[in-house]
Design a protein around this ligand. Sequence first.
Ligand SMILES: [Zn+2]
Length: 384
Amino acid sequence: MHCIYCKSNGPFNKEHVIPQSLGSFSPINPTIQSTDGLVCKNCNSVTFSALETEFKEDSWEGVTGQMLNVTGSNSVRILGNNVTMKCFSGIKDSFFDEIFPFLKLQNQKFVIDVKPQVRIRNYGGEDGYQVFSVEALERIKNESTLSKTKLEEFNRVKDRLKMSGKNNVAIFTGGNDPNDNTQLNQAITLIREYGITYNENQRKFTEAPRDPNVRFEVGMEGKITPNACRLIAKVAFNYFSFGSLQDKMQGVLYQQRFDQIKKFVLGKNNIIREEVIVEVSDDPITIHDKLSGNRFPGHTIVFFEEGGKIFSRLTFFGGKVYKVLLGECPDELLNSNFGCGHLFNPFDHSIHNLTQQPKINPSEEEVKQSFGLYRRIDLSGLNS
Ligand SMILES: [Zn+2]
């Protein structure tokens, strides 16, 4: 057994095909198991772990996942080096720019969910910050008496808040009128229980837009960094590897033809991005997305053969579509049935395959069998 990425002979770890920060799925969460012996501990826990944290905190996709809180996390961590976001209130007041724009899914669209929150500056650098919803802080405090683990969690958050220093804390709450401080006072009392004496420097009240046509909007700006590209290429190769494993064809993964993408994922040499991520576009992957004009709000991943090469196309949260070159297609894989594709829904955790007749409530075994190298990819369903 050798690691498909670095060729080491172990020890091995389990590796999620899709980073956990982008959601979890059921009835199976596609994972390369440690007993499969395909991804070593060093690649998984050192190299990829750092890459995934950076992606979560500093890429459009990762930050979107945090805005939607697909993992049910207690706090949001934003590095702010490559991605910045603003909450536009539509009322020409920059006040709302400071609020972290949580999102929720409504009628297949993301809309702003203004949540009372505590924001701490100076996370991982000058531009970074961490946000706790008041609701999460309340829950952590209330649950701290339930068990030792819950108490430890409370103490961890307490230490984190204390560390930031009281001058780096900002509270955002709502109210019915300028004199309604109920929510604010509750939040101040709450953070006092976390050991923070809130000495107010400044207080501001701004009226939210009352016109139902004026909506909050999020403005996000950012660049696609080389490390984000490495992570995206890794998900594409993981997905292909997981399919190979289901068909007991994982031997092909060690062929030299896949060396370039592996080196790119490991960040070991100077492969230029365009050689691996050959295209970044807004073109929908599936015909359904194209015809409906709406993007699937979750993740779409496919791989297919084109001109003797294997490509993957993937997108997260209906964002940019990345076309990734995995490598030359081995002769032994060339088959008219070659290719596979899935939709991953991080909101209801469901998986839908794009390659077989959709089935309502498939069994765990049926979902597992939908992954593979030859799953009769329905090219009519792809927007090619
Ligand atoms: Zn390795």
